[in-house]
Design a protein around this ligand. Sequence first.
Ligand SMILES: Nc1ncnc2c1ncn2[C@@H]1O[C@H](COP(=O)(O)OP(=O)(O)OP(=O)(O)O)[C@@H](O)[C@H]1O
Ligand SMILES: [Mg+2]
Length: 300
Amino acid sequence: MTRLHSPGAAPDATPVVALPAGTPAPPLVSADGIRVMRGGRVVLDDVSLTVRAGEIVALVGASGAGKSALLLALSGLLPLAGGRIEAGGAGTLSSAARWKQHRRRMASIFQDLALIEQASALHNVLVGLADRRSPLGLMRGWRKAEIMAAAALMGRFGISHLAHSRVDRLSGGERRRVAVARAMIRDASLLLADEPFNSLDPELARGLVRCFADEAMAGTGMIVALHQAELLPLLAHRVIALERGRVVFDCPAADIGRRDLAPLFASSPRPGNHLTNVNREAPDEQLRTPSLPVQFRDRA
Ligand SMILES: Nc1ncnc2c1ncn2[C@@H]1O[C@H](COP(=O)(O)OP(=O)(O)OP(=O)(O)O)[C@@H](O)[C@H]1O
Ligand SMILES: [Mg+2]
């Protein structure tokens, strides 16, 4: 098992994992023309994508482009105003029961981490398993096997020594690794990771790339939203770019050299390229996005 904090985890500019040739792997999740509204505005419009088993899809776009909205919609945490989402094996996710089935097979790393601040790092990791237990079972406490699995993951991510520390007393990078471990303990077939590299130093980031590659080789499909352009060639099989809530390209990672990536990593969106059907009565927060350095932004 790769240790996240091991030095020299991935060689520079060498993809860590290649997709096997031949028949495409089965789709894990597909979005078909989805539309999402937030605060009275269209924040995703006519977005379609498919993620297959073992595939790492990088999701890029300037701040406010809709990356988090897309990940939240794919996990059922934002309602659709149009289009549909299908999950492998569960068909169109049109009922609460189907969403529940889909969620049990997936894991999320949220941009704001969504940790239980006063609980220990170990407890936060174990919470990743909460939906696999009955409420009564949870009242009896965690099983030894679950604690061992959490401890092993914390070792993998170099945070074993923090197991009993409250997460509100941890650094940004330590907290992010707790959130990553909480997602990984689910052993999910689909991982939705929203800016998992923020707050990590370059060596930790490369280690996390290697960890994601290991998971992909074991069959996990993932969508990883990120702002670190230099990680794209190491991490991704495919790159999907969003601009103002629309997909502007969806291409193999090997082809991104031919694309104009600058606007996607810029802190201000390109002018004159607004979404249609925007409710102009609501303030357009994207136009008020402050200028930030492009790479290694850290809002944790
Ligand atoms: N809670 C909310 N209420 C209303 N609008 C929101 C809310 N959260 C986000 N938005 C708006 O939705 C749009 C998409 O935001 P989203 O968070 O998906 O962008 P993002 O691409 O993830 O940006 P970042 O790189 O800064 O995380 C933005 O215009 C944003 O202002
Ligand atoms: Mg976001």
